[in-house]
Write a protein that binds this ligand. Structure first.
Ligand SMILES: NC(=O)c1ccc[n+]([C@@H]2O[C@H](COP(=O)([O-])OP(=O)(O)OC[C@H]3O[C@@H](n4cnc5c(N)ncnc54)[C@H](OP(=O)(O)O)[C@@H]3O)[C@@H](O)[C@H]2O)c1
Length: 263
């Protein structure tokens, strides 16, 4: 999802885009054969449910895999960009999370990404971009909220339940990719950067209503609680994962419109 957007946004660069077979982040000896002057580390097990059912694989790819990519970055003395997530936080705060807030992950995926952050902070040339609810990539690559909703609309569902009690920061993969390009060109101070589209926090319900409004779809979005959707999302999720705004990221509604116009 993000990888596809990064390839488009960084067309002017000499990109190496190895497949999972050519560069499996769990295989250190394979990684250490690469020579490059910059790493954008996007490989991850991203499915929360899969990670909760397969914690060993989750930590192997997301944490050990990140440790391995860090080894390469350190040995070549080069910068690395690591994409982390707003859901490293526990959701107990009621105002947007700032860089200095202390994470407290509540499921395996979130913990595996947080441990990746800790590892990255041990290298002085690491950029940790925390992103929110990602959308982008289009058909086939987008497996997240927007794609799932569009699929339900396309198969003719007329009533779709969406929860009001999960609040987050929508994040367009294309905007993240442009921000990555900006980091590479402008070389800001390394460290943690919040990288979500501008918003004051958006509920899943509000997000779904905006998708339906843009598509002009004849669908009723029915408000519910996350606990009503346990069959679809059994894994425990953070209720509040709003990130402080990044001045270089566009407003979420405009980016969602741009995406859906292309979808
Ligand atoms: N999606 C979100 O909502 C979200 C939010 C915040 C942060 N992020 C972060 O953004 C980054 C990019 O995620 P994405 O949304 O673009 O997810 P994605 O589409 O699932 O991309 C992850 C990629 O990692 C690859 N991968 C998995 N295991 C690997 C391994 N052992 N070695 C090498 N590659 C491996 C996957 O290949 P296969 O598909 O072949 O397994 C897939 O191409 C991740 O670090 C993710 O944690 C995502």
């Amino acid at each position: 999802m993000v990888g596809n957007s990064v390839c488009q946004a960084l067309k002017g660069h000499d990109l190496l885009t190895p497949s999972k077979q050519e560069l499996n982040v769990t295989r250190l000896e394979q990684i250490m054969r690469f020579k490059t002057d910059y790493i954008i580390h996007l490989a991850s097990e991203t499915d929360h449910e899969y990670c909760d059912e397969n914690p060993a694989q989750c930590y192997l790819v997301n944490t050990i895999g990140t440790a391995n990519m860090m080894r390469l970055a350190k040995s070549l003395h080069i910068p690395i960009i690591y994409i982390s997530t707003a859901s490293v936080f526990d959701g107990k705060k009621l105002s947007p999370y700032e860089i200095h807030d202390v994470p407290n992950p509540i499921n395996h995926y979130n913990a595996s990404k947080y441990y990746g952050e800790i590892l990255c902070l041990q290298h002085s040339l690491s950029y940790i971009l925390r992103c929110g609810w990602m959308f982008g990539g289009g058909k086939g690559l987008d497996k997240k909220f927007v794609a799932k909703l569009v699929n339900k609309i396309n198969v003719g569902q007329k009533e779709i339940k969406v929860c009001t009690d999960c609040i987050g920061s929508p994040t367009y993969s294309v905007d993240v990719a442009h921000f990555i390009n900006r980091v590479i060109s402008n070389k800001p101070l390394p460290g943690i950067i919040h990288c979500a589209n501008k918003s004051n926090g958006v509920s899943r319900y509000e997000f779904a209503c905006e998708v339906v409004r843009i598509l002009n779809a004849k669908v009723n979005i029915i408000p519910c609680k996350i606990d009503d959707l346990k069959d679809e999302f059994p894994c425990k999720r953070t209720n509040y994962e709003v990130l402080s705004n990044n001045q270089f990221m566009p407003d979420w509604k405009q980016s969602l419109k741009d995406y859906l116009c292309q979808y």
